[in-house]
Design a protein around this ligand. Structure first.
Ligand code: MIC
Ligand code: SF4
Length: 642
C-alpha cells in the first residue's frame, strides 16, 4: 500500500477503497480560519451539537486582521466565544497563519485533518492526510460526522537528485504545476517519494504540499520519516511522531519523476499558477513590489534565507518590499537572532504574521504594477489592484529581485543559503486559548455582533426548473471571481446579503443586479469552474441570488461539494461542444428534474427554450449527494432525517 491508502484504510468508515467510489473517512482534527470559520461555526451551532467530537479542533484568526471597522473584531469575538463554548482551541490574531501554526504546533503524521481552507494540505508535509473542504463539511466533521470524498487515485511524484543552491521547494511545485496544470490533480492525491525527498526539510515539503492545492488535487503528502521526527523533536513534540511510509512494493496510479538537480528557478506569470516559465524564459522583468510571506513560504528557514540575501544591502529604490513572517514563532526567532534587523535595515516593511497581502488585505500594488510574491495564487484582481500582475516565485528569487529591481536569478548571488534546522524552535503556545472544560461550557455566552447575519438555506428541488442563463463564463473561473475577497469585502464573510452585491462582478459588474431583477437563474461555465478557495460563500451567495444550477464543462472539487451541500445542481455538458450553443439571456428549462434525480438518472436534459433545442448534461451523484440535492442541501437533509 502507498502511504495515502494506509491512512485512508485506517480511517475508513463507509465504502471501499476503489478509485472513484464515494468513501466516508473519520476526521481526527479540524482547522478553521476566520474568513470561512464564522459560517462554519454558525452551521455547527445550527446542528445543535454541544461539543466537538474530534480529537482536536482548532480555530485560527489570521485572514481578517486589518480591523478597519467593527466587523472583523466582532467576528473575532464571535469565534473566540463560540470556540470556547464548544470545545475548540483558538489561535489568537498575531499567532500566525493557520497552516504555518498548524505545522509547527498541531499536525500529526498519520492522522486526518479537515480544514475550511484549501491550503490545509500544507500539513501533508508532515505526513498528515490533510484535506481542504467547505465550512459545512468541516462543521459536520466537528460534530463527529464522516467526511465523504471520491476515493482518490494516487500519483507517485518521485523526486531524485538534490536541489542546487538557489533553487527552492517552490520551484519544485511550480514545475509540477507547469507539467500538470491547475486541473491536473482533480480526483488525485499527490504522494511524494524517492531519494530526493530525504534532502527536503519539513517546511520545504510543506511548501510543496501547500501549493498542491493549485493542481486541484484532493491533497498532497510526504511520508513521515526521520526528517519529520527531527522537526517534531525541535518543536518539543517528539511524542507526536509516528512513521508513515509507503510499503516498499507500494503501487500507484501514475508516476511523475522530477530530477531535483536539473531544476532551475521558476516563475508563474499572471494570472494563473500554472502559467509557469523558467526565470531565463521570463527575462529581467522590471519589478515594482515584492511581497514575501503567506502559508506557502513564511517558515523560519525561508525567512532566514531572505535575511541572508538582504543583509547589509538596500532594496532597489523603485521597489516596495513587504515581509510577513508566517507565525509568531518565526517572527520571535528572527527578532532574537538579529535577522529581523537585517530585513528592516535593508528597507523591508514588516507586516503582522497573517495572510495579509496574499488575500488583498492591504499592500495592494500601484496601477499596472508588477508584483513579485511568494504566495500560491496570482488570480486576477486578488491583490486588490485589478490592473496589477502578480508573479509567483520562491523566497530566494523574491529577495534577489527586491535588491536588483528586476526579476533575478538567486543563483547569481554570492550568499550562503544553507540554513541549518534549529535544534529547538522557540515555541510558546500562550496565544492558543484552550476551550472551557465541559462543566463550564454552559455558562459561556457566545457574543454575536450586528455583522453576523443568518445564512441562506436552499429549498427542496422543484419538480421542474426554469431560468434564464444569467452569465456565460470561460474556463478556470476561480472562487475569487465568484465571490471576490479583498480588504473591503472580507469583513463581510458573515453577511451574505451584503456580499451578494459583489458576486461574479470581476466577470460582469452588472451580474448581481441582473440576478436580483430576474429572481435567480442558471450559470454556464467552462472547464474547472470554481477552482481556488474553499470558501462556501461562492455557493451561499449564488444560493441567496436563487441560482438553481450551474452547467459547466467541469468543476473544481471543493466548489462542486459546496454547491451540492447547498442544494445547487452542478451539471456537466455531456458533449462539451454544446457549450457553444448557449448564450447569455437564453431561457432554459429542466423538465421533470426532480423525478429524474429521484430515480438516480445520471443524464439530465436541458431544454434551451430560446433557441429551440435540447442537450444532455450529466449529474453523477452518490446516494448521499442525491439526498442533499433533493432536500435542498445538507442541513435540510439532516433535519429531514431527525
Ligand atoms: C485563499 O487562499 O484563497 C483563502 C482566502 O485562504 C481561501 C479561504 C477563504 O476564502 O476564506 C482558501 O484557500 O480556501
Ligand atoms: Fe492565507 Fe494566503 Fe494561505 Fe489563503 S493562501 S491561507 S489567504 S496565506
Amino acid at each position: 500500500m502507498n502511504a495515502t491508502y494506509k491512512i485512508l484504510s485506517l480511517h475508513l468508515v463507509e465504502g471501499q477503497l476503489k478509485r472513484g467510489e464515494e468513501i466516508g473517512i473519520r476526521i481526527d482534527y479540524t482547522l478553521t480560519q476566520d474568513s470561512t470559520g464564522t459560517m462554519a461555526y454558525l452551521q455547527f451551532e445550527a446542528m445543535g451539537i454541544p461539543r466537538v467530537k474530534t480529537e482536536k479542533s482548532v480555530a485560527y484568526i489570521d485572514h481578517n486582521t486589518l480591523q478597519t471597522g467593527f466587523e472583523n473584531a466582532d467576528d473575532h469575538m464571535y469565534l473566540t466565544t463560540v470556540a470556547k463554548k464548544h470545545g475548540v482551541y483558538l489561535s489568537k490574531p498575531g499567532n500566525g497563519v493557520c497552516h504555518q501554526v498548524n505545522l509547527e504546533r498541531f499536525a500529526i503524521p498519520g492522522k486526518t485533518l479537515l480544514g475550511s481552507d484549501s491550503h490545509t494540505p500544507t500539513a501533508g508535509g508532515l505526513g498528515m492526510l490533510a484535506i481542504g473542504a467547505g465550512g459545512l463539511d468541516v462543521a459536520v466533521a466537528m460534530g463527529g460526522g464522516a467526511y465523504y470524498l471520491p476515493c482518490p487515485a494516487v500519483v507517485n511524484v518521485r523526486l531524485t537528485g538534490k536541489l542546487r543552491r538557489g533553487v527552492a521547494a517552490k520551484d519544485v511545485i511550480l514545475e509540477v504545476l507547469r507539467r500538470l496544470t491547475v486541473k491536473g490533480g482533480v480526483g488525485k492525491v499527490m504522494e511524494y517519494t524517492g531519494e530526493g525527498i530525504k534532502t527536503l526539510s519539513i517546511p520545504e515539503r510543506a511548501t510543496i504540499t501547500n501549493m498542491g492545492a493549485e493542481l486541484g488535487a484532493t491533497t498532497s503528502i510526504f511520508p513521515a520519516d526521520a526528517m519529520a521526527r527531527d522537526f517534531l523533536c525541535a518543536q518539543g513534540r517528539e511524542q507526536d511522531y509516528t512513521p508513515v511510509l509507503p510499503d516498499p512494493d507500494a503501487t500507484y496510479d501514475e508516476t511523475v519523476t522530477i530530477d531535483l538537480s536539473a531544476l532551475e528557478p521558476m516563475v508563474a506569470l499572471p494570472h494563473m499558477p500554472d502559467n509557469v516559465k523558467t526565470l531565463r524564459e521570463a527575462g529581467p522583468v522590471k519589478v515594482d513590489q515584492v511581497c514575501i510571506g503567506s502559508c506557502t513560504n513564511s517558515s523560519y528557514l525561508d525567512m532566514m534565507r531572505v535575511a541572508r540575501i538582504l543583509k547589509g544591502k538596500t532594496v532597489h529604490p523603485d521597489v516596495g518590499l513587504v515581509i510577513a513572517p508566517g507565525s509568531r514563532q518565526v517572527l520571535g526567532m528572527l527578532a532574537a537572532n538579529g535577522a529581523l534587523n537585517d530585513m528592516i535595515q535593508a528597507g523591508a516593511r514588516i507586516t503582522e504574521t497573517a495572510c495579509g497581502f496574499c488575500i488583498g488585505m492591504g499592500q495592494s500594488p500601484r496601477t499596472g504594477a508588477v508584483s513579485l510574491r511568494t504566495n500560491n495564487r496570482n488570480f486576477f484582481g486578488r491583490s486588490g489592484t485589478k490592473s496589477a500582475g502578480i508573479y509567483l516565485v520562491s523566497c530566494e528569487t523574491a529577495a534577489a529581485s527586491a535588491l536588483s529591481g528586476v526579476l533575478s536569478d538567486p543563483r547569481a548571488l554570492d550568499v550562503d543559503l544553507d540554513i541549518p534546522m534549529p535544534e529547538k524552535f522557540a515555541y510558546n503556545d500562550n496565544l492558543i486559548l484552550p476551550p472551557a472544560p465541559p462543566e463550564a461550557a454552559g455558562a459561556v455566552e457566545v457574543v454575536r455582533g450586528p455583522n453576523i447575519r443568518p445564512f441562506p438555506q436552499a429549498e427542496k428541488l422543484a419538480d421542474n426548473l426554469n431560468g434564464q442563463t444569467l452569465l456565460k463564463m470561460e474556463d478556470n473561473i476561480t472562487t475569487d471571481h465568484i465571490m471576490p475577497s479583498d480588504s473591503k469585502l472580507l469583513p463581510f464573510r458573515s453577511n451574505i446579503p451584503k456580499l451578494s452585491d459583489y458576486c461574479l462582478t470581476p466577470v460582469d459588474a452588472t451580474f448581481p443586479a441582473r440576478a436580483k431583477a430576474a429572481g435567480g437563474g442558471i450559470l454556464i461555465a467552462g472547464q474547472n469552474y470554481g477552482q481556488g478557495s474553499s470558501r462556501e460563500h461562492a455557493a451561499l451567495v449564488p444560493l441567496y441570488l436563487h441560482i438553481r444550477a450551474v452547467i459547466a464543462k467541469s468543476f473544481a472539487r471543493i466548489h462542486r461539494d459546496n454547491l451540492i451541500n447547498n442544494g445547487i445542481l452542478p451539471l456537466v455538458f455531456q458533449n462539451e461542444a454544446d457549450y457553444d450553443r448557449f448564450d447569455q439571456g437564453d431561457e432554459l428549462a429542466l423538465d421533470g428534474v426532480r423525478a429524474l434525480v429521484t430515480t438516480g438518472a445520471e443524464v439530465i436534459p436541458v431544454r434551451n427554450v430560446t433557441k429551440g433545442f435540447t442537450c444532455n448534461t450529466l449529474l453523477k451523484l452518490s446516494d448521499r449527494q442525491r439526498g442533499m440535492i433533493l432536500a435542498g442541501g445538507l442541513i435540510n437533509m439532516v433535519r429531514e432525517k431527525e
